[in-house]
Design a protein around this ligand. Structure first.
Ligand SMILES: Cc1cc2nc3c(=O)[nH]c(=O)nc-3n(C[C@H](O)[C@H](O)[C@H](O)COP(=O)(O)O)c2cc1C
Length: 252
């Protein structure tokens, strides 16, 4: 599975033009089964992922799709990073299956789409068959920052290439990674007050998405990848950025 998700990194794109046909029921069942086997960033955060019909989302800016993947979580530290990490695996899974998907930061679930055990709705993916290709033909089609804008280091360029291609809200790519021996420290760009209010939640999910690509690329290259958050006294610093996570990479 993880190999397939890794391959999808290099061809995936957001799909926004859905035919409104339904995805075959067997495929929905297979997605739901794979969702059971996803790896979280944090083991102790309760989450729920469900696939709902078109009438589960509202909001003028929501993309119209035949199904939505809705993500719910209990509220805990690192919950949004965990959401990004988990739901990006679903985005890549769908791309691998040839099903279109698009992250949906704008839009709200309707009353019928409530989470169990009082979990909060976090974010959704719009998914379904599309009227345009689901994959990019080449890397040149990705609009992304240059490697030097997101990475200081030299040993993990190919892993960082997978991070560079990761999707983010409004394509803001808020991440910067600093290498220290066999560890990559992940930082998120600090924003002014207004932007911080608008984007704080999305940026935290973006960081989880970037970490998901890092993890998959590390595994694909034969590393053992350990993702952790340094305790506050030992947190690395970088001017104008906020520390989020670290990834230690050891050859198996
Ligand atoms: C957390 C998050 C929220 C997003 N919200 C929306 C959205 O509400 N509407 C939309 O059209 N695209 C949304 N996107 C898609 C991004 O605009 C898109 O991923 C980015 O521009 C990169 O393009 P690509 O996914 O085609 O590579 C979102 C992406 C992320 C990661």
């Amino acid at each position: 599975m993880q190999e397939a998700y890794y391959s999808a990194i290099f061809k995936r794109k957001s799909s926004r033009k859905f035919t409104q046909e339904r995805v075959q029921e067997e495929k929905i069942q297979s997605i739901l089964q794979s969702i059971e086997e996803l790896t979280p960033l944090e083991n102790d955060i309760k989450t729920e992922i469900k696939i709902m019909d078109a009438d589960s989302m509202k909001g003028l800016l929501a993309i119209k799709a035949p199904h939505y993947v809705l993500f719910y979580s209990e509220e805990k530290p690192n919950d949004l990073e965990n959401a990004g990490f988990l739901l990006q695996q679903v985005d890549l899974m769908l791309s691998d299956m040839g099903i279109g998907s698009c992250w949906l930061g704008l839009g709200k679930p309707t009353e019928k789409a409530v989470g169990k055990d009082g979990m909060n709705y976090v974010i959704a993916l719009a998914i379904g068959p599309t009227s345009e290709p689901v994959h990019r033909q080449s890397k040149a089609e990705f609009k992304r920052k240059k490697m030097e804008e997101i990475y200081q280091g030299s040993h993990f360029s190919s892993i960082m290439e997978a991070v560079r291609l990761a999707p983010s809200g409004t394509n803001s790519q808020p991440w910067f990674f600093v290498e220290e021996e066999n560890t990559l420290h992940a930082f998120c760009a600090k924003k002014g007050k207004l932007k911080a209010m608008l984007y704080e939640r999305i940026n935290r999910m973006d960081m989880g998405i970037g970490l998901c690509h890092l993890w998959l690329a590390g595994l694909a290259e034969g590393y053992e990848v350990d993702l952790f958050r340094e305790v506050s006294e030992r947190e690395p610093t970088l001017p104008n950025y906020e520390y989020t996570y670290s990834a230690s990479l050891k050859k198996k």
